[in-house]
Design a protein around this ligand. Structure first.
Ligand code: SAH
Length: 348
């Protein structure tokens, strides 16, 4: 059976105002079943029910963190699992979604990488994460305005499905998000970045996981670095900026004794000269058996100071959701005290 959410809004199976009604039930109201779509005639609802699946998830569990972030653990129709994280801080309700089950990039310090690769998510399985989180939090789907593709998986290695998901997010009859509020985070694939730059209807914000300014260190911690040299990534980044005019974010996870030396901060500043960019220093989130630990606060401060003195726009990302295993890069499907819910999807 087809998943309705996989379709682009223009391809929804009804015509004219009926199509708009259907889209409004799904994305405006966030209802979880065709039966609840009371403005549609019963025979249409029955047809939809017969031909389409609305809810991509067999089961949804949540783990709430004391700092307010919530991890959503999804069991897909084929039994595989992946996660999203909801971060409701201040006026910026942000959702972090996955694009894959597991990840083939296998960065040495990343818990998802250690799981290996399961499969790509379909567009509907990406979009469904937003509808499910909205339903779980008692929000209308369109109230979730900030989205980051920073969960499990490498979005540029699930390129088509991720782009199709982004088009559904942006479509005014679907989620109507602003491209300024959608950030795609990539491990740094030069070809993929160039391809993304050519999607002129998208113009998403781009975050690049650089994590080291020298080849030796980068290739030690990021296997895809062997085929994607730093020079090549930076050139693709410049092209992305030239085409989209967007400020670029560079992510830099602080790994003690590996990539946190002051000379590496100076080298990073060299790399960024001439770019409008922002550097996000992320204290490493430790996990059992990773073999890495986070730089200390003092080491992070020193690194920060070198960058700041060089005029680099830099901040330290505060870690969220640590107690729920929902901190950045910790999406490895541990589920200690998960609140096991029925398969709810949206508020009916
Ligand atoms: N594949 C994409 C998006 C997913 S990871 C990418 O590589 O960007 C989101 C960010 O978290 C990346 O910068 C990633 O390198 C970082 N990350 C992963 N595990 C981490 C950990 N244990 N501690 C700190 N950052 C981590």
């Amino acid at each position: 059976m087809r998943l309705l959410l996989d379709l682009h809004p223009d391809d929804y199976p009804l015509e004219g105002y009926r199509r708009r009604q259907l889209l409004d039930w799904v994305f405006g109201q966030g209802v979880g079943s065709f039966a609840a779509m009371s403005t549609l005639p019963a025979d249409l609802r029955a047809e939809l029910e017969r031909d389409y699946l609305l809810n991509p998830f067999r089961e949804i569990e949540t783990v709430r963190s004391t700092d307010g972030s919530v991890k959503y653990l999804f069991t897909l129709q084929d039994g595989r699992q992946m996660e999203a994280v909801y971060m409701p801080y201040l006026d910026r309700k942000t959702i972090c979604v996955s694009t894959m089950v597991g990840c083939p990039a296998k960065c040495a310090f990343c818990a998802t990488g250690a799981m290996g690769f399961g499969r790509n998510l379909t567009p509907g399985e990406v979009v469904g994460q937003i509808l499910a989180v909205a339903g779980g939090e008692g929000l209308a789907p369109r109230e979730l305005r900030n989205l980051v593709f920073m969960g499990m998986g490498e979005p540029l290695l699930n390129y088509e499905h991720t782009m199709n998901a982004a088009r559904i997010l942006l479509h005014p009859l679907a989620l109507g998000m602003s491209k300024r509020r959608i950030t795609l985070s990539t491990v740094g694939l030069a070809k993929g970045i160039r391809r993304l730059a050519a999607e002129d209807d998208l113009g998403l914000k781009l975050a690049i996981s650089l994590h080291a300014p020298d080849e030796e260190t980068r290739q030690r911690i990021i296997p895809t670095g062997a085929a994607n040299g730093i020079g090549d990534i930076m050139e693709a980044a410049r092209e992305y900026q030239a085409v989209t005019g967007r400020r670029l974010t560079f992510e830099y996870s602080m790994l003690r004794g590996v990539n946190d030396h002051p000379w590496q901060a100076a080298l990073l500043a060299d790399l960024l000269s001439g770019l409008v960019s922002h550097v996000n220093l992320i204290p490493m989130n430790p996990w059992d058996g990773s073999g890495f630990e986070s730089s200390t606060e003092a080491e992070i401060q020193t690194f920060y100071d070198v960058l700041e003195a060089r005029g680099v726009d830099v901040s330290v990302r505060r870690s969220r959701g640590k107690d729920a295993g929902a901190a950045c890069g910790q999406l490895a499907l541990k589920r200690p005290n998960a609140a096991r819910g029925e398969a709810r999807f949206g508020a009916v």
